[in-house]
Ligand binder design. Structure first.
Ligand SMILES: *Cc1c(COP(=O)(O)O)cnc(C)c1O
Length: 368
């Protein structure tokens, strides 16, 4: 049996009529930039997140950069984030001129270790970026409390967690501002690049919209310099169609994660842990394997037609890109250890129990 890591074709097949009609409509109206499709998607996505404002931008990395810029971040400032994430999170900090400050992870959830944040706060710290990694909400109550105590802004990196909930609140409406990616493989994926900034703060939303549009509100009244970062009409029309299906897809991802948990019982793999009172949306399904066995297990799976991945093989502070911070692997023992042990198994809404059982069986045969 061949099981891909993600299957975007099967999803398209299920919504082809709706998608094709949406694309044809945008083209017939040549509504490529701005306009009605953008406005209606922004409203629908803000509503989906339980937030007041949404600004569509070019991609998730831009969303983070623009949100940080809108908060006034720049040279001399420090921003705290998790040692285990995709590099876009820390890149966006550096792009503003601020310095990324990494904090180790909670080994059970792979998200930022909330008990280690305070030690990283200095007089220059201005913000925290919790990442809801793999679709698992970060421990937001503890983070919000620390932020309040130290006067820090909270920027949610929700690129992997569209629709996840934390104690009844939807991710994206919990911090000061939140950033989403609509990269095709994300839980809500465009057919190209896309991103969004979501916030309840009207003033901040206006600033974000200006920064994403060359620092202007109207045609040539540039009050500041910004960038060009747009969510185009085709992507908005596609995303509007897909947004209507997202809750169902998230439920299917979660159900698939629980099926994996059940069928992997009795193996020596460590399956994902959820914190209390959340609906995780399983962008990825991560297991832990003994470091010395991981590569062999991946090869065994591959030989049986099963794709797998590693997210991420090198913790951010251990990357060459951050050598200038002079960290050693001992500074982030949990993130470093996890980077050697984690393995991502196929995860997408349409994955079937039969496929999950097949994967679990192949893992069991490897264990023997
Ligand atoms: C995908 C991703 C981003 C960046 O999004 P792009 O749309 O690819 O720029 C940022 N943070 C995290 C955690 C991501 O997974």
């Amino acid at each position: 049996m061949n099981i891909p890591f993600v299957d975007l074709k099967i999803q398209y097949a299920g919504i082809k009529t709706e998608i094709d009609a949406a694309i044809a409509e945008v083209i017939s109206k040549t509504a490529f930039i701005g306009g009605a499709h953008l406005k209606s998607f922004e409203e629908a996505f803000a509503n989906f997140c339980g937030a007041k404002h949404c600004v569509g931008v070019g991609n998730g990395t831009d969303a983070l950069f623009i949100a940080l810029k809108a908060l006034g971040l720049g040279a001399g400032d420090e921003v705290i984030t998790a040692a285990n994430s995709f590099i876009a999170t820390s890149e966006a900090i550096t792009m503003t001129g601020a310095k990324p400050v990494f904090v180790d992870i909670n080994p059970a959830t792979y998200n930022i270790a909330v008990d280690k944040i305070e030690a990283a706060v200095t007089p220059n710290t201005k913000a925290i970026i919790p990442v809801h990694l793999y679709g698992q909400p970060a421990q937001m109550d503890e983070i919000l409390e620390l932020a309040k105590k130290h006067g820090l802004k909270v920027v949610e990196d929700a690129a992997q967690a569209h629709g996840a909930t934390y104690k009844g609140r939807t991710v994206g409406s919990i911090g000061d501002v939140a950033c989403f990616s609509f990269y095709p493989g994300k839980n809500l994926g465009a057919y190209g690049d896309g991103g969004a900034v979501v916030t309840n703060n009207k003033e901040l939303a206006v600033k974000v919209r200006m920064l994403a549009n060359h620092g202007r509100i109207d045609k040539y009244d540039h009050e500041i310099e910004g960038v060009n970062s747009r969510l185009d009409g085709l992507q908005c029309a596609i995303l509007s169609v897909k947004l209507k299906h997202l809750q169902k897809w998230s439920d299917q991802r979660r159900a698939n994660a629980y099926l994996y948990n059940k069928h992997l019982e009795g193996t020596d793999l460590v399956t994902p842990v959820e914190i209390e009172n959340v609906d995780a949306v399983y962008h990825l399904y991560i297991v832990r394997v003994k470091a010395q066995e991981r590569q062999k297990l991946q090869e065994h799976l591959k030989a049986n037609g099963i794709a797998s991945g590693i997210h991420y093989p090198i913790a951010l502070p251990n990357l060459k890109a951050y050598a200038y911070l002079n960290h050693s692997e001992n500074d982030f023992p949990e993130a470093t250890k996890a980077s050697h042990e984690i393995l991502s198994l196929p995860m997408f809404p349409e994955l079937t129990e039969e496929q999950i059982i097949y994967i679990a069986d192949k893992i069991k045969s490897f264990n023997k």
